[in-house]
Ligand binder design. Structure first.
Ligand SMILES: [Fe+2]
Ligand SMILES: [Fe+2]
Length: 324
C-alpha cells in the first residue's frame, strides 16, 4: 500500500515568512486522488508499544481545562446564553479578554473597520463557536506551545485556508471554519503536552520510516490524534461544526453532522501542506478525498481562487498577528 506521502523538504519557519504559491501541477497531483491510507481501517496495533498505549489511554481521564475556562464553556452551553454574564467571566482574565478583542478587531473578522472595545460586543460578533475555540486555545491547548518548528504556522495556515475555502465557495459561517482549522490538530497538542516522549517517538518514527505522523501514531500508540482529540471534545461539549473537523479531518467520509466543515478542513490541511507552509509533523501531503472534493463542489479554478485568497489572508494574519 502506498503511503499518502510525497517527498519534499521539511518545511521551516523560513517558509512562513514568504509562502511560495503552489504550482498548478502540485495542486493537481493531489486533487481527486483517493488516499491510500486515509480511508483504510486502522491496522491492528500489534506492534504498538505497550507503555505508550497505556499512557495514551489515561488521556481519557485528563483534568483538561482550568476552572475559569470550564465555567466559560459551561456558560457557552446554555441555550439562553447571557452575553453580559459571559463577558464578565472573560473579563476576569486579561489575556483572554485581549485575545477576544484582538480577534474581533482583526482584519479577518472586521469587515467595516469599526473597532470594538467592549468584550460583550466582541462576543456577539464572533459567535459562540469561535469564542469556544478562543477559550480552548488561550489556555493549555495553544498551538504556539508546541516547540516543533512550524507547528503554529501549520495550524494558522490551515485556519486561513479553511476560511479562504469558505469564502470562495460561499460556505456558511467561514469564521467557524477558521476556528476549526486553527484547532484541527488539537490531538497532537494534547499528545505533546501530556506525553512528550510519545510525541517525540512518533516524530522520530515518521522521519525514519518515511510515513505520516498519523501512521506513526497508529503504530506506536494504537490511536491517532483525531481519536485522542475525540475524547476531549466530547467532554468539552464541542458543537459538531468544531468537533468533527478536529476528530475527522483525516477521515472526511466518516463525518455525519458537519460534513461540509470536515471536508473544508480536510482540504485546507492538504492545501497548506502542499505549499510547504509550516510543519504538521511530517513533510507529506495527504491526498484529497474524492468525496470531500465533490461535496464542496470544488474544481481547479475555484481552488486557484481559494489559494489567491489564502495568500492575501495569510499575509494579513502574519502581518497583523490576527491570532497572536
Ligand atoms: Fe491532522
Ligand atoms: Fe494538520
Amino acid at each position: 500500500m502506498t503511503p499518502p506521502l510525497v517527498s519534499g523538504a521539511r518545511p521551516s519557519l523560513q517558509d512562513a515568512a514568504s509562502p511560495a504559491r503552489p504550482t498548478p501541477d502540485a495542486r493537481m497531483s493531489h486533487a481527486g486522488a483517493r488516499p491510500a491510507l486515509e480511508d483504510a481501517p486502522a491496522p491492528a496495533p500489534a506492534h504498538a508499544q505497550p507503555s505508550f498505549r497505556a499512557q495514551v489511554s489515561r488521556l481519557r481521564r485528563l483534568p483538561t481545562l482550568p476552572r475559569l475556562q470550564q465555567r466559560i464553556l459551561t456558560t457557552l452551553d446554555d441555550p439562553e446564553i447571557d452575553f453580559n454574564h459571559l463577558a464578565a467571566l472573560i473579563e476576569t482574565d486579561q489575556s483572554l479578554s485581549s485575545q477576544v478583542l484582538r480577534l474581533a478587531n482583526s482584519a479577518f473578522y472586521s469587515a467595516n473597520g469599526q473597532s470594538l472595545a467592549q468584550v460583550s460586543r466582541a462576543l456577539l460578533k464572533l459567535g459562540t463557536v469561535v469564542v469556544r475555540s478562543v477559550v480552548v486555545t488561550s489556555s493549555v491547548f495553544d498551538p504556539r506551545q508546541v516547540p516543533l518548528a512550524g507547528f503554529w504556522e501549520h495550524s494558522l495556515g490551515c485556519a486561513v485556508a479553511a476560511g479562504a475555502l469558505g469564502k470562495t465557495l460561499a460556505l456558511a459561517a467561514p469564521e467557524e471554519l477558521v476556528a476549526a482549522g486553527l484547532l484541527h490538530d488539537l490531538g497532537k497538542i494534547v499528545l505533546f503536552k501530556e506525553l512528550p516522549e510519545a510525541f517525540e517517538a512518533c516524530l522520530a518514527t515518521s522521519a525514519a520510516e518515511g510515513i505520516s505522523f498519523r501512521e506513526a501514531e497508529r503504530r506506536l500508540l494504537g490511536v491517532d490524534h483525531g481519536e485522542i482529540a475525540d475524547w476531549l471534545v466530547q467532554s468539552w461539549n464541542f458543537p459538531p461544526q468544531l468537533a468533527e473537523p478536529i476528530t475527522l479531518h483525516h477521515r472526511p467520509a466518516a463525518a455525519q453532522r458537519a460534513r461540509v466543515q470536515v471536508a473544508a478542513v480536510h482540504i485546507a490541511d492538504a492545501m497548506v501542506r502542499a505549499i510547504g507552509f509550516g510543519n504538521g509533523g511530517d513533510p507529506g501531503v495527504p491526498a484529497i478525498d474524492d468525496h470531500a472534493w465533490g461535496l464542496l463542489g470544488l474544481d481547479l479554478e475555484k481552488l486557484d481562487q481559494a489559494y489567491l485568497r489564502f495568500d492575501q489572508d495569510l499575509d494579513r494574519a502574519l502581518n497583523y498577528a490576527v491570532f497572536a
